[in-house]
Write a protein that binds this ligand. Structure first.
Ligand code: BGC
Length: 454
C-alpha cells in the first residue's frame, strides 16, 4: 500500500449536487426538473420517495456550511439547479433562485471555503424535456443561455466551474430509462450523449465570452472495466464497457473524435448520432482542468454476460471487499490517472471531484460508526499520493458526500454521507469518518504552515 503523503498545495473538500440535497422542489418560483417528474411517478424510485425535501438545503444551507467549517474543509463542490434559475429552461429568470445561490456563494466565501460549481448535475428543466430534452440538438443552445446567465451572475466569485457532471447519466436516462426522464431508446440515448458534449463546448465558449476569472472543466467518471480472463470474449466485453462508460466522452473531448471501434459498433447498432459539421471542433474546445469521479473498477466476465451493459460485472473471487459488497480497489484512482495521461495525453490539472462509498450492514447497529468509509477514503488518498509521486498534477479531493442524501433511483436507501441526516429533524450529525477527515485535514494544514515558516 503506498503511503499517504499529499503536498502542501493539495486541497480537501466534499461534494453534493443540487437535486440530491436542496429540496424546495417548487419553492419561490422554481420550475420542475425531470427528476421531480420522475420521482413523482410511481415505480421509478425506491419506495416511491420523491426528492421534494431531500436534505432541505434550500432552507438549511447555513447548517451545511457550519458543518463544513467545523471540519476545516478548503472547498465545496456543489451544483446549481437549472430550473431554479430558469424555471422554463430558457427565457424568464427566477430572482429567488439567483438570490439563493448568491447567498450560498457569499456564505461559503465568508467561511473561507472555495466554491466549485457544476452547472449540470442531471436535473434538466422539465420544460426542456417537453421540447425534446437532451436528444434534441437545440439543447446545446438552451444550455449556452443558461451558462451565460450563471457566469454573468456568479462568475466574479467562483473560481472553479464544471460544465457537466458524469454525462453518462444522460445515457441512463434516455438509452436505458432507469434515470430520469425514464426514456428507453438507444438511438436517442446516443444522440443525447453527443449533444451533451456539444453543450459542454458551448458552456466553455460562454465562460470565455463572459471573461470570468477562474477556470472551467468537465467531470467524468471512470469505472474501468477489467477482463476477468484474457479470453477474447472477456477483453471485447471490457472494451465495450469502457467505450460506453467513458471512452465515448474522452475520445471526443481529447482524442479528436469517436474511435473507429465506437463508430463501428454504433453503425452496426443503428445508433450513430447525427454529427454535423463543426460539432467536433465545438466539442474539442480546450478546457482548463479535468474532474475525475472514481469509485471502483468493474471486473467483467463474458460467461455471466446477460446482455445488459450495466450488469456485466463479476468481482474477482477472493478480492478485497467492503462490507457494502463493493470491491475495495483504491488503486482505481491511480489507474484512472495513468489512463488519462497514457491514452489521452492529458497532463493538465486534475481534481478528484468525487469518491465515496455507501454504508454497509456494519453501520446498521450504529449509523455513525463507519470505519469502512475511513478505510476506503484513506486507501484512495494513498493512491492519489502515489499518482502525484508519479507526476500527475492532482490538486484536490472531494469526498462524496457531505451528508446522506437523495441517491437518485435508490432514494434514501444508499447512504454516502460523512454525516447522517436525522429523518425527523433533518439535523446533520457527523459520523466517525467526518471526524477522521477533519483530523486529517488539520494535520495536512500543519504541513502547509510549516512550509510557510521555513
Ligand atoms: C454521482 C452522484 C452520486 C454518486 C454515488 C456519482 O456517480 O455524480 O450524484 O450520488 O455517484 O452514486
Amino acid at each position: 500500500m503506498p503511503s499517504l503523503d499529499l503536498p502542501p498545495h493539495f486541497r480537501f473538500g466534499v461534494a453534493t449536487s443540487a437535486f440530491q440535497i436542496e429540496g424546495g422542489w417548487n419553492a419561490d418560483g422554481k420550475g420542475p426538473s425531470i427528476w421531480d417528474t420522475f420521482g413523482h411517478t410511481s415505480g421509478k424510485v425506491k419506495d416511491d420517495v420523491p426528492g421534494d425535501v431531500a436534505c432541505d438545503s434550500y432552507h438549511r444551507h447555513r447548517d451545511d456550511i457550519a458543518l463544513m467549517n467545523a471540519l476545516g474543509l478548503d472547498t465545496y463542490r456543489l451544483s446549481m439547479s437549472w430550473p431554479r434559475l430558469l424555471p422554463e429552461g430558457t427565457g424568464r429568470v427566477n430572482p429567488a433562485g439567483v438570490a439563493y445561490y448568491d447567498q450560498v456563494i457569499d456564505d461559503l466565501l465568508s467561511a473561507d471555503i472555495q466554491p466549485n460549481v457544476t452547472l449540470y448535475h442531471w436535473d434538466l428543466p422539465q420544460a426542456l424535456e417537453d421540447r425534446g430534452g437532451w436528444p434534441n440538438r437545440d439543447v446545446a443552445e438552451w444550455y449556452a443561455e443558461y451558462a451565460a446567465l450563471v457566469f454573468d451572475r456568479f462568475g466574479d466569485r467562483v473560481n472553479r466551474w464544471a460544465t457537466l457532471n458524469e454525462p453518462i447519466a444522460i445515457w441512463a436516462g434516455y438509452g436505458e430509462g432507469f434515470f430520469a426522464p425514464g426514456r428507453r431508446d438507444a438511438a436517442d440515448g446516443r444522440q443525447a450523449m453527443h449533444n451533451a458534449l456539444r453543450a459542454h463546448g458551448r458552456g466553455v465558449q460562454a465562460f470565455r465570452a463572459a471573461g470570468s476569472p477562474g477556470e472551467i472543466g468537465i467531470v467524468l467518471d471512470i469505472w474501468k472495466r477489467h477482463p476477468k480472463t484474457d479470453s477474447p470474449a472477456d477483453i471485447a466485453l471490457a472494451n465495450a464497457g469502457d467505450d460506453d462508460g467513458f471512452r465515448f466522452f474522452f475520445d471526443a473531448l481529447l482524442g479528436g473524435g469517436y474511435s473507429d471501434r465506437i463508430r463501428a459498433r454504433l453503425e452496426a447498432d443503428g445508433t450513430m448520432p447525427e454529427i454535423a459539421d463543426g460539432d467536433q471542433a465545438l466539442i474539442s474546445e480546450p478546457f482548463d482542468y479535468l474532474g475525475l469521479n472514481v469509485y471502483s473498477r468493474v471486473v467483467v466476465d463474458s460467461e455471466k454476460n446477460d446482455g445488459t451493459k450495466w450488469a456485466q460485472s463479476d468481482p474477482f473471487p477472493g478480492g478485497n471487499f467492503l462490507d457494502n459488497g463493493q470491491e475495495y480497489y483504491p488503486r482505481a484512482v491511480f489507474d484512472a490517472l495513468e489512463l488519462v495521461r497514457d491514452d489521452y495525453g492529458w497532463s493538465g490539472p486534475i481534481h478528484i471531484t468525487e469518491n465515496g462509498m455507501t454504508d454497509g450492514p456494519a453501520s446498521a447497529a450504529d449509523p455513525l460508526d463507519d470505519d469502512e468509509r475511513i478505510r476506503y477514503v484513506r486507501g484512495f488518498l494513498e493512491w492519489i499520493s502515489e499518482g502525484i509521486r508519479a507526476g500527475h498534477d492532482v490538486r484536490s479531493y472531494y469526498l462524496w458526500s457531505l451528508m446522506d442524501n437523495y441517491e437518485w433511483s435508490a432514494g434514501f436507501s444508499a447512504k454516502f454521507g460523512i454525516a447522517a441526516v436525522d429523518p425527523a429533524t433533518l439535523d446533520r450529525i457527523p459520523k466517525k469518518s467526518a471526524l477522521w477527515y477533519r483530523d486529517l485535514i488539520a494535520a495536512h494544514r500543519a504541513t502547509r504552515t510549516s512550509q510557510l515558516v521555513r
